[in-house]
Design a protein around this ligand. Structure first.
Ligand SMILES: Nc1nc2c(ncn2[C@@H]2O[C@H](COP(=O)(O)OP(=O)(O)O)[C@@H](O)[C@H]2O)c(=O)[nH]1
Ligand SMILES: [Mg+2]
Length: 254
């Protein structure tokens, strides 16, 4: 099952051939609230442009903003998208550095989301510290492994180079992808929206996103079981130690 812009990808006969299990999954997802896909990355790396590209229409404001650390997108903004196979809420975000203290983002993280799209520019005009990947690691930690997809924007800047060649020049990104197992797709946001290239990019994006959405039945949130389990183990460890200490004290005092 793939999410595609409905107006550009009319339902094909092949959809009828999809298994009933797939259709059931789709209906279940339709009945539940639509998956939330949070789009993060450095200022000017093309976050808003990616949302426009995959939706096939300009819903988010984009701008030339790399000169200083400010962004056209100044708030967390939800964009409702209805593709051929259902709804998705894309969440456009401002600078990564401001997210940690952003009330809307905190609320979003508390309620949870189903996927993270990390937008990373091949042009890489901003080599600031902490880097985009460091900030993303700080925000999502272990969650990245199951929930993230990297979109490498400014594919046009690759020119004749291959993605592998680019990764060989970018150790931090290469290590990040290897360590987390997160997939990466390339994207040129300046491609004409009706062109075969744009269609190919959208299809590739949605097929990767769909794998993540199918994998993650429960949303990633600040209240994930992983954190709770860790807390429970921590409390159990403290209780166990206290019991042992009390037992030893009682043993030697009688
Ligand atoms: N050449 C090229 N320009 C891009 C690409 N993606 C975004 N841009 C341009 O980069 C600038 C910043 O994009 P924007 O989406 O506003 O970045 P954001 O701050 O991360 O949301 C805009 O002028 C876009 O037109 C791309 O793939 N190729
Ligand atoms: Mg933006």
């Amino acid at each position: 099952m793939h999410y595609r812009a409905s107006e550009r990808h009319p339902k094909s006969d092949s959809l009828m051939e999809e298994s009933s299990i797939e259709l059931t999954t789709m209906k279940t997802r339709e009945a539940a609230s639509p998956p939330k896909v949070v789009v993060v990355g450095g200022t000017g790396h093309g976050k808003s442009s990616v949302i426009n590209t995959v939706m096939g229409e300009d819903k988010c404001a984009v701008g030339v903003t790399w000169a200083v650390d400010k962004t056209i997108t100044s708030e967390v903004q939800e964009v409702d998208f209805t593709g051929q196979d259902g709804r998705i809420i894309f969440i456009d975000t401002p600078s990564l550095k401001t997210l940690q203290s952003n009330a809307r983002f905190q609320n979003l993280y508390k309620n949870g989301f189903q996927a993270i799209v990390i937008v990373y520019s091949i042009k890489a005009f901003t080599q600031s510290r902490p880097s985009v990947l460091e900030l993303v690691n700080n925000l999502f930690g272990d969650g990245l492994k199951d929930y993230a997809l990297v979109v490498l924007t400014f594919e046009d800047y690759l020119e004749d180079a291959t993605l592998q060649e680019f990764l060989n020049t970018n150790k931090e990104l290469k290590d990040f992808l290897q360590k987390t197992g997160v997939e990466a797709v390339t994207m040129c946001n300046t491609a004409e929206k009706n062109s075969p290239k744009a269609t190919e990019q959208r299809d590739s994006f949605f097929s990767h996103l769909d794998v993540i959405l199918k994998r993650n039945v429960s949303p990633l949130s600040k209240k994930t079981p992983k954190i709770s389990v860790r807390r429970v183990l921590c409390i159990a460890g403290v209780v166990f130690t206290v019991v042992i200490v009390i037992s030893i004290v009682i043993h030697f005092s009688v």
